[in-house]
Design a binder for this molecule. Sequence first.
Ligand SMILES: O=P(O)(O)OC[C@H]1O[C@H](OP(=O)(O)OP(=O)(O)O)[C@H](O)[C@@H]1O
Ligand code: HPA
Length: 176
Amino acid sequence: MHTLIETNQLALRVTELAEEVREAYGDEPLTVLGVMTGSLVLMADLIRQLDMPLRVGVMQARSYRGTATTAGDLALNLEMMPQVAGQNVLIVDDIFDTGHTLENVLAGIRQQSPISVRSLVLLSKSERHEVAIRPDFIGFHIPNEFVVGYGLDYQDHYRNLPFVAALEDHEIASHA
Ligand SMILES: O=P(O)(O)OC[C@H]1O[C@H](OP(=O)(O)OP(=O)(O)O)[C@H](O)[C@@H]1O
Ligand code: HPA
């Protein structure tokens, strides 16, 4: 594995993202919804830097069950989520890769009649996008490598790394 984004770069960029969110919403109340599980670390760092009236919730979206880079069926679970009708909603996820997860999440949230929905991701892999939508806030644009750390996993490992690293091909193959 090789480090792609150091811990201090992550901290600096998350602070900038929080500033961008504050500029977008001002003092308006906001509901931040983290897409579990990958957004866990980003959510913890981001929400502590937001000072508008804030509600925090989570939902689950899972794909990639079989292999590292092939999207499987996407399962959306909105049961843990607070009511978002009449709220400004910010969806937070760790990575926008093909974009199918965020596209599905946005569609699911829009059905709940929020006032507005925006999205924020830490990472975006532009070479892999397969959808027309783009997140409103993006932390880093990264190359087409499989990344782990700061919430991102490979088969549920590595989420605890405090930096973002790319796995080597042989590391992916050895786990498969
Ligand atoms: O843009 P896409 O190609 O759809 O990929 C991005 C999604 O894939 C990962 O979730 P995963 O399904 O691995 O679940 P996890 O958050 O529990 O790791 C990641 O956390 C994003 O939600
Ligand atoms: O590069 C990635 N790493 C971890 N999870 C992911 N889900 C989509 N892309 C990735």
